[in-house]
Ligand binder design. Structure first.
Ligand SMILES: NC(=O)c1ccc[n+]([C@@H]2O[C@H](COP(=O)([O-])OP(=O)(O)OC[C@H]3O[C@@H](n4cnc5c(N)ncnc54)[C@H](O)[C@@H]3O)[C@@H](O)[C@H]2O)c1
Length: 337
């Protein structure tokens, strides 16, 4: 059975006609920066984020190899890429420029950039840094970690100056911004190079100066989630009502006015009054909410298991994916750079 799966997989790879031969070693120094064509990218982990990150680089013209340890994920990779890129009209190109393999050497050797999008566990990321350090020691190692400090991930690399955070947002092919996060030992050259490359593939790199856990976006985002879950736990409103309020009050405003401009816009005197009164009442818990801890302990993980804080049918999951994609495509369709 295993042998059949493998042979089908290789048939699929050879049908797409992409770099079945091992590639020559590549280095970040040799990476072309004027055109995407000619750039080889390896993506480690082809799950929710990795398949779409692979597809967006491939759709832009890079040759992408996904290193995926799970056989079912490898088998479904091209189908998932195709489905994600169909609304953008670039599904065929995204699939054609992507190969999938479980062979580390084949995936990593010859890649100018290695993008790590495996699970959010530091031990796994450190193993993968060591793997990349072995097969692609002179290439940029760009981790898609959501929150782990880049400095902690870079420790295991032979050349930590080449390790950088490139934090994409789900769905990464529809959200243009990528946080570019330097660790303590990341070189300015690596940061400039990856930012230039991201612009080339039509992403908006937002370059940070340091790597606090959670960087910028997830610190702000999860401060809000902590408060939303605290309100739910306190019984102030039910889940639907809390989400309804966020989506229809300050939520829509955030795409045109960020919190700091907004504070200035309404007046810092008002901001000071609200913060002086309100901050002592906001959640400052340092552990996940009981609601989340209990659900996870009972295997209720949300959409992927059909039950989380709310109930998920297949139909609801499909509609949520389509609603999100359609909204993001409309929001960013008129974007110029
Ligand atoms: N899901 C999000 O919204 C989101 C957003 C931004 C960043 N991230 C980050 O991106 C990373 C991936 O998240 P995800 O949601 O795509 O996870 P996921 O579980 O959907 O995918 C992870 C994939 O990595 C594969 N994998 C695990 N170990 C591997 C290994 N040693 N070698 C090769 N493949 C391996 C798994 O088989 C799986 O397919 C995490 O670090 C996460 O924090 C996630």
């Amino acid at each position: 059975m295993t042998r059949i799966t493998y042979s089908l997989e290789f048939m699929q790879i050879s049908l797409t006609g992409i770099h079945n031969e091992p590639r020559l070693p590549a280095t970040a120094a040799e990476m072309p920066i004027s055109a995407v064509e000619g750039i080889n990218v390896a993506v480690i982990g082809g799950g929710l984020m990795g398949h779409a990150i692979a597809g967006l680089h491939a759709a832009a013209g890079a040759q992408v190899t996904v290193l995926e340890s799970d056989a079912e994920s490898r088998r479904s990779m091209h189908g998932r890429i195709h489905a994600s890129f169909t609304p953008l009209g670039s599904a065929d190109r995204a699939v054609a420029n992507t190969s999938v393999t479980s062979d580390s050497g084949r995936a990593l050797s010859g890649s100018h950039i290695v993008i790590e999008a495996a699970v959010e566990k530091i031990a796994v990321k450190n193993d993968l840094v060591r793997l990349a350090s072995r097969f692609a020691p002179e290439s940029i190692f760009a981790t898609n970690t959501s929150a782990i400090r880049i400095s902690d991930i870079a420790e295991s690399h032979a050349n930590p100056e080449l390790v950088v955070g490139t934090h994409y947002f789900n769905p990464p092919h529809l959200i243009p911004l990528v946080e570019v996060v330097p660790g303590q030992r990341t070189s300015p050259n690596t940061v400039q190079k990856i930012a230039a490359y991201l612009r080339l593939i039509d992403k908006i790199p937002a370059v940070l100066s340091s790597d606090p856990p959670g960087f910028v976006a997830n610190r702000i985002q999860h401060a809000m989630w902590r408060e939303a879950l605290a309100l739910l736990e306190a019984g102030v409103a039910d889940a639907e009502t809390i989400d309804l309020i966020v989506r229809n009050s300050f939520g829509p405003r955030l795409t045109v006015m960020g919190p700091i401009e907004n504070a200035d816009y309404v007046g810092l005197d008002l901001t000071e009054s609200i913060h002086s009164y309100l901050f002592p009442h906001l959640s400052s818990t340092t552990s996940p909410s009981a609601e989340v801890l209990n659900a996870v302990a009972r295997g209720k993980l949300g959409r992927k298991t059909g039950q989380g804080i709310t109930t998920w049918t297949e139909q609801r999951a499909q509609q949520a994916t389509e609603r999100l994609a359609s909204h993001l495509i409309t929001t960013f369709s008129s974007r110029k750079g």
